[in-house]
Design a protein around this ligand. Structure first.
Ligand code: SAM
Length: 289
């Protein structure tokens, strides 16, 4: 541990932020590489005389910050960590950095299944870092979940994240194409969730560098119109869901109406387009018959 004065730290912090970047990314750097959490910093600001203790030298933190600013590499990949709801998750460039707007999926589930003692059998298709499935497995400890991904490297990260977040054993991981690893669960699923790749080709081509150059293409690109994977997931969902089972999908900001039509065509009822905190129809949910 290195000890420096609060004054020295605050001057250094001001200099770093004057180079660019946002407060939230800087907070991730301080927490993960500096060992200083947001609550540590709040306590420090009350005690201006104090010293603070860092896990690494300021020069090292600065070199990581410069790398982030100069090369557009997301700070989460440089630090190897992200925060999502109340989880601290390991991330590498093999997984999408779970987005804050996706956090709302968990609240949608809480509205559908209000009792935390519920014995659900849930699945997540395309789990990436495992964020959604891990949050659900922890929130519904009597439930069982299976999470899939096409990418074995992503599943290894998701598995580590589950082990690091919990002592529970109610979540299993399977590798494969959408529903295909779940053949033995046909007709048994109460709730299926997916935040699939849904970005249309022309939008993908114009994504900002920090996304396009670093995050996995397989996690983002949804084919020409963005709906290639959503179509596949919806078409097969009736085989796997129980009667009255729910499907929750995240979609691109303008796909809600098309996803609703796909659900209607496949015998879903109670369909609703759910807005995110910016008022965008980000999720489409429905019940199989
Ligand atoms: C948008 S990311 C979502 C990751 C994570 N669920 C989240 O919300 O942060 C989509 C995920 O789907 C996976 N994926 C892409 N194509 C797939 C396929 N054909 N079958 C299964 N998973 C797939 C990707 O590897 C990626 O992890």
């Amino acid at each position: 541990m290195l000890s420096i004065s609060l004054e020295e730290f605050l001057i250094w912090k001001k200099k770093q932020l004057s180079k660019g970047g946002d407060q939230q990314s800087f907070a991730i750097l301080l927490d993960c590489i500096g060992g200083l959490s947001a609550s540590d910093l709040n306590l420090m600001s009350i005690n201006l005389e104090g010293k603070l203790h860092l896990k690494n030298k300021l020069d090292f933190l600065e070199s990581v910050w410069d790398d982030h600013l100069l090369n557009f590499c997301p700070i989460q990949y440089l630090c190897g960590i992200t925060f999502w709801r109340d989880l601290k998750l390991k991330v590498t460039n093999k997984v999408l950095i779970p987005r804050p707007e996706t956090e709302l999926i968990i609240d949608i589930v809480f509205n559908l299944f209000r009792r935390k003692s519920e014995k659900l059998f849930f699945t997540e298709l395309g789990t990436g870092s495992g964020a959604i499935s891990i949050a659900l497995a922890l929130a519904y400890p009597s439930s069982d979940g299976v999470a899939t991904d096409i990418d074995q490297d992503a599943l290894e990260i998701a598995t580590k994240n589950f082990i690091n977040s919990s002592k529970q054993s109610n979540l299993k991981f399977y590798c494969g194409n959408w529903w295909s690893p779940l053949e033995s669960f046909k007709g048994k699923i109460d709730l299926a969730i997916s935040n699939p790749p849904y970005i249309p080709k022309d939008t993908y081509d114009k994504l900002p560098k920090e996304v396009k150059n670093f995050e996995p293409k397989v996690a983002l690109l949804g084919g020409e119109d963005g709906l290639t994977h959503i179509r596949k997931i919806i078409q097969k969902a009736p085989l796997f869901l129980k009667e009255k089972g729910w499907l929750i999908l995240e979609n691109h900001f303008d796909q809600g109406e098309q996803v609703k039509q796909l659900l209607l065509k496949n015998q879903f009822t109670s369909i609703e387009i759910v807005k995110d905190l910016s008022g965008i129809g980000r999720f489409t949910i429905g019940r199989y018959k």
